[in-house]
Design a protein around this ligand. Structure first.
Ligand code: ADP
Ligand code: MG
Length: 647
């Protein structure tokens, strides 16, 4: 005769209790052959459920051997045990243990999902089983919409889904009314007649009476084992052992199923899902919009710099800005400017002097900056004419009393509607004729409230200010020479002419580089702060996922009982975490786009860059995986029996 279907040899199951251990099973010896219908009866606390859990491979003996079809279960891996539960065992619990987010068909399908059966096939089989059990009109009802008896029949259908050669029923009628209980027992007898091995655990002798063999246990020991009828019929031998490695199609099928489950459970807990996401949404929105702000500011500043002239070098007296001697250094002269103009790397040269003077037109008197410049000045500095014209080289030679005024001066000095061109204004007591007005600028540099009047530098030095030295020489470098090279040569030339370094130079290129560097640092800094909020969001996700694992322990237990592998549980929770984070990322990016749309503009320049969006996506995925991993692993490591026991 072949090995019995299930055999226990000296099986102990001890639970730690405080400092000591209590034994729920005390050295049980038992054999159950295929095709039997066995009732295990005993009072509450006698060890029936403990025995049932060991028989169903939900739990392992502390001592002793439990063999299934001759295979010692101690030598089977968790995956092999899961396969055994999935392929051959079917559980019926007192409290049904259906998954509340799935309808009847969905619940029945679960074991087949883990077995990798194609969707259409398993739906068909699930429906057929439910119809056979009289639930044809309740296919899409969720457990909450079904009566106890109906729920228990759904769980029978689930037990039969993958074949269910061995049906293990723990108090299957315990929560049912009399009629439903009798129906359930009739159903189990019918399955027995079809060749299923049935093991019923009960405390009720009238239920046990339906079985052919009654095993009575008390306090973890077998009191009696009596056969009332029928003989064990050998049915097909179970194949037990390590399951074969899954192929890609099966993995893909299980993956998409896990995804579907994740979406379902997220949809079932919308508010909680949203609150979980909130941290990620805010974090991602903060990162993306901060980077947008940084990028916008950088572009704005660079544009402003180019408005003060590209590849220009300024030469000024003194050691650096703010040198207090610089006011007394009078060695920078028009002759220096003339010498620089002869150099081949110089495109043009603009000498500058400036001072504050009173500006007068008729009865209006104001204080403004009178700047003596060359005709190149306007081009170098990027000024545009609103009307009139700029002065020319001839004006410089003639020391012409001509002036170009800026927009501020126009509006302050002249009444609205007056054409300023051709009008004579007084700079101090020197009359000049207005020949041009510049366009207003939104310059980030220079005081926008300052009134500017530009006149030829010769006129300024000799007629208005009465000084023979310059305050600044602006050199526009020829396009063929780099500003760095030009800067070196200018310093050389000036040092030779002055025989000392009583001047300093400013290279707009250097400013540009500095600004680029500074804004990059700023963006990095603010992004780092925003990143911290992302991490906090991630920890929030982890926290909620951990709580969710605890809250859903029973669900995990049920899934494991019907044959989910550890990797299936892991996958489900990990996918859920990643989905939450990804969805949070998408919403965060949408929020950032909204912020840029509403807040961004002239005063707050914001430019969303593709890479920051891509990085946001990457971040939220990584956060999902990183912070979802531990909760998912905790879920996967749960002991099936422990998970089931928790309510
Ligand atoms: P029955 O199903 O016959 O009512 P159980 O098998 O559930 O009994 O329990 C048998 C004994 O083992 C009881 O004394 C119970 O307190 C104890 N027991 C069961 N499960 C645990 C557990 N997880 N931890 C500690 N003691 C347990
Ligand atoms: Mg029990």
């Amino acid at each position: 005769m072949s090995a019995p279907l299930l055999s226990l040899r000296g099986v102990w199951r001890e639970y730690p209790s405080g400092g000591e251990t209590i034994a729920a099973l005390k050295g049980l010896d038992l054999e159950i052959r295929a095709g039997e219908m066995v009732a295990i009866i005993g009072v509450s606390g006698s060890g029936k459920s403990t025995l049932m859990n060991i028989l169903g491979c939900l739990d392992r003996p502390t001592k002793g051997v439990y063999a299934v079809a001759g295979h010692d279960t101690r030598e089977l891996s968790p995956d092999a045990l899961a396969a055994l539960r999935r392929e051959h065992f079917g559980f019926i619990f007192q409290r049904y243990h259906l998954l509340s987010i799935l309808d009847a068909v969905g619940n029945v399908e679960v074991p087949a999902t883990y077995a990798g059966q194609p969707r259409a096939e398993r739906r068909e089989r699930a429906q057929a089983l439910l119809e056979r059990l009289g639930l044809g009109d309740r296919l899409d009802h969720t457990p909450a919409q079904l009566s106890g008896g109906q729920q228990q029949r759904v769980s029978v259908a689930r037990a039969l889904m993958n074949g269910g050669r061995v049906i293990l029923a723990d108090e299957p009628t315990g929560a049912l009314d009399r009629k439903s209980g009798e129906d359930m027992l009739a159903l189990l007898k019918e399955l027995h007649a079809e060749g299923h091995t049935i093991i019923i655990v009960t405390h009720d002798p009238s239920v046990a009476a339906h079985a052919e063999r009654i095993i009575e246990i008390s306090d973890g020991e077998i009191l009696s084992d009596s056969r009332t009828g029928g003989d064990a019929r050998e049915t097909a031998v179970l194949d037990v052992g390590e399951p074969p490695a899954a192929d890609w199609a099966a993995l893909w099928g299980r993956g998409t199923e896990a995804l579907r489950m994740a979406v379902l459970s997220m949809a079932a807990h919308r508010l909680r899902t949203f609150l979980t996401m909130l941290g990620i949404i805010i974090g991602i929105a903060a990162v993306v919009s901060v980077v947008a702000l940084g990028e916008g500011s950088r572009q704005r500043i660079l544009k402003d710099i180019s408005s003060i002239g590209t590849n220009t070098i300024d030469i000024m007296p003194g050691r650096d800005f703010g040198d207090e001697r610089s006011g007394r250094i009078r060695t920078l002269t028009p002759r220096d400017a003339a010498a620089l103009a002869l150099e081949d790397y110089v495109d043009s040269v603009t000498p500058q002097v400036s001072s504050t003077r009173s500006l007068r037109y008729r009865n209006v008197s104001l204080s403004g900056t009178v700047a003596g410049v060359g005709p190149e000045y306007f081009r170098v500095r990027g000024y545009e004419l609103a009307r009139g014209m700029f002065f020319t080289d001839a004006s410089v030679r003639r020391q012409a009393q001509e002036a170009v005024i800026d927009n501020n001066t126009l509006s302050k000095l002249f009444a609205p509607g007056v054409d300023p061109i051709g009008q004579v204004i007084l700079l101090g007591d020197v009359p000049v004729r207005v020949i041009g007005v510049t366009e207003p600028r939104t310059a980030a540099f220079g005081n926008p409230d300052t009134l500017y009047v530009w006149i030829p530098y010769t006129t300024a030095m000799n007629r208005v200010l009465g000084q023979n030295y310059l305050q600044r020489i602006t050199v526009r470098v020829a396009d063929s020479t780099s500003t760095d090279v030009a800067e070196g040569r200018i310093v050389d030339l000036m040092q030779r002419r002055h025989r000392t370094k009583d001047f300093f130079v400013i290279n707009t290129d250097t400013i540009r580089q500095t600004i680029n560097k500074t804004t990059a640092t700023m963006t990095l800094l603010i992004s780092a702060i925003a990143l911290i909020s992302l991490v906090v969001g991630g920890i929030g996700v982890m926290n909620i996922m951990l709580v969710s694992v605890t809250e859903r322990t029973r669900e995990i237990g049920v899934r494991m009982a019907v044959g989910a592998r550890r990797s299936d549980i892991m996958q489900q929770f990990l996918i859920e975490a990643v989905l939450v984070c990804l969805l949070g990322g998408v919403l965060g990016i949408a929020l950032a786009l909204g912020i840029v749309e509403v807040v961004g503009g002239d005063t707050v320049p914001m430019v969303i860059s593709g890479w920051s969006v891509a990085a946001a996506f990457g971040c939220s995925t990584v956060i999902g995986v990183a912070f979802g991993f531990f909760p998912a692993r905790n879920a996967a490591r749960l002991d099936p029996v422990e998970a089931l026991a928790r309510e």
